[in-house]
Design a protein around this ligand. Structure first.
Ligand SMILES: CC(C)(COP(=O)(O)OP(=O)(O)OC[C@H]1O[C@@H](n2cnc3c(N)ncnc32)[C@H](O)[C@@H]1OP(=O)(O)O)[C@@H](O)C(=O)NCCC(=O)NCCS
Length: 379
């Protein structure tokens, strides 16, 4: 019998099984499957919309179902006037993750999930949020920069193209569209990670879909989770060359510094998503004759393996890819949100079907029983 690997040092509940799921598995710890399908096959051959359908509806769509689903998502990009007014009040200095959080909460007040909750109703809200959270972010972005009120309804065929079109004001190339499909697929779902578990905890209390997604956005923001792609870019862009990067990172690692973008709470030898996102970054860099960031990231991958046996996680080359497509750094994690709403919503539906509230116990480490002293007798 093979022994379970030891728990990870910096991860609470590492290796603890906290529930059942049929949505995805990290398998032996170094591979990832959505509803049974290897994520590498999906990212190479499917569209994001196809994978969103798979994760949310439980099976790959037929051609007709995929056409209908893609059109349905495209029809849900517009925002109600009160949400636009809320977005216009938010400052240009706000973090885009907070803008998305606020946008989702504002939409909840207008398009509240109807109780009693049903899987169909929950999926309808998930579809709406996958389709329109990019609209929220980019409406706010343009309005707070130059006062323009962009039309968020476009005829772009996919979620990724819609995002890049609104960001840059023009339709993206086929190459960029393909890169977005792969990246959003890789980010779509990941078992009981911190933000998904947050969503499940909120769903377990009987709360609604918008609340679960809002809570998950908050959990994803942290640099030890989704926010890692933004910090990874900050690390990579510190350097002018791969040699300079290597020297500096060797020194930092020797002093015990954690390099964000490496290691993973679950994986132990490799992040199976890395090989694909690395290819995406390489293709984008080659097409633009701009390999600087990719080369630095690649060298640091070698250095981290050599010095700490640490491998890059999905965020490392996502940062390279997004920056090559002109995405502002603080929108990297919001792109992760758009993709991951898929997984979060599927877990909310599953948690509701299981019908339990999540409430673990705690090991008490506080003082022994103390006698209460009334305020009048205290100093
Ligand atoms: C995910 C994470 C918390 C796991 O950490 P962990 O539990 O310490 O992982 P391990 O048990 O495998 O660590 C083994 C060793 O590698 C070190 N290590 C882990 N991640 C490291 C990193 N990113 N950079 C440098 N060293 C790292 C640990 O400090 C430990 O060193 P030690 O044995 O000298 O004390 C950690 O890798 C991390 O914080 N990574 C950066 C955050 C990030 O990118 N998050 C996004 C995840 S998708």
């Amino acid at each position: 019998m093979t022994q379970a690997p030891p728990p990870k040092k910096s991860v609470a509940l590492s290796g603890v099984v906290a529930g059942n799921t049929a949505i995805s598995t990290v398998g032996s710890g170094d591979d990832l499957r959505y509803r049974g399908y290897d994520v590498r096959d999906l990212a190479e051959h499917a569209t994001f919309e196809e994978v969103a359908y798979l994760v949310l509806y439980g099976a790959l769509p037929t051609k007709a179902q995929l056409t209908a689903y893609t059109e349905r998502l495209a029809s849900l990009r517009g925002l109600p006037a009160p949400v636009l007014r809320v977005l216009e009040q938010l400052p240009a200095t706000a973090h885009p993750m907070d803008v998305m959080h606020a946008g989702v909460a504002a939409l909840a007040t207008l398009e509240q999930e109807k109780s009693p909750y049903t899987p169909e109703g929950a999926r309808a809200i998930a579809d709406r949020l996958i389709a329109c959270t990019g609209s929220m972010l980019l409406y706010w972005y343009h309005f707070t920069r130059d006062g323009s009120r962009i039309d968020t309804v476009t005829d772009d065929p996919s979620v990724g193209e819609h995002f890049l079109h609104l960001l840059h004001g023009k339709k993206p190339s086929a190459e960029w569209a393909a890169a977005m499909h792969a990246s959003l697929i890789l980010y779509a779902e990941h078992e009981f990670n911190a933000s998904t578990f947050t969503a499940r905890i909120i769903a377990g209390t009987g709360s609604d879909m918008h609340s679960a997604i809002g809570g998950a956005i908050g959990a994803l923001k942290g640099p030890k989770h989704g926010g890692a792609n933004e910090v990874a870019f900050e690390v990579q862009s510190r350097y002018e060359s791969a040699d300079q990067a290597e020297r500096d990172i060797r020194e930092r690692v020797s002093k015990g510094e954690i390099v964000i973008g490496f290691g993973h709470p679950v994986y132990r030898t490799v992040d199976p998503r890395n090989v694909l996102i690395k290819q995406v970054g390489r293709r984008l860099g080659e097409a633009q004759h701009d390999m600087k960031l990719w080369t630095i990231a690649d060298r640091l991958e070698t250095v981290m393996m050599e010095t700490k046996k640490m491998f890059p996680n999905l965020d490392w080359f996502s940062a390279v890819s997004y920056s090559l497509m002109g995405v502002p750094t603080n929108m990297f994690t919001p792109l992760f949100v758009i993709a991951r709403i898929t997984g979060w919503a599927a877990h909310v539906i599953e948690q509701r079907q299981q019908g339990t509230i999540i409430r673990p116990g705690a090991n008490y480490i506080g003082p022994d029983a103390l006698a209460f002293v009334p305020i009048a007798s205290r100093g």
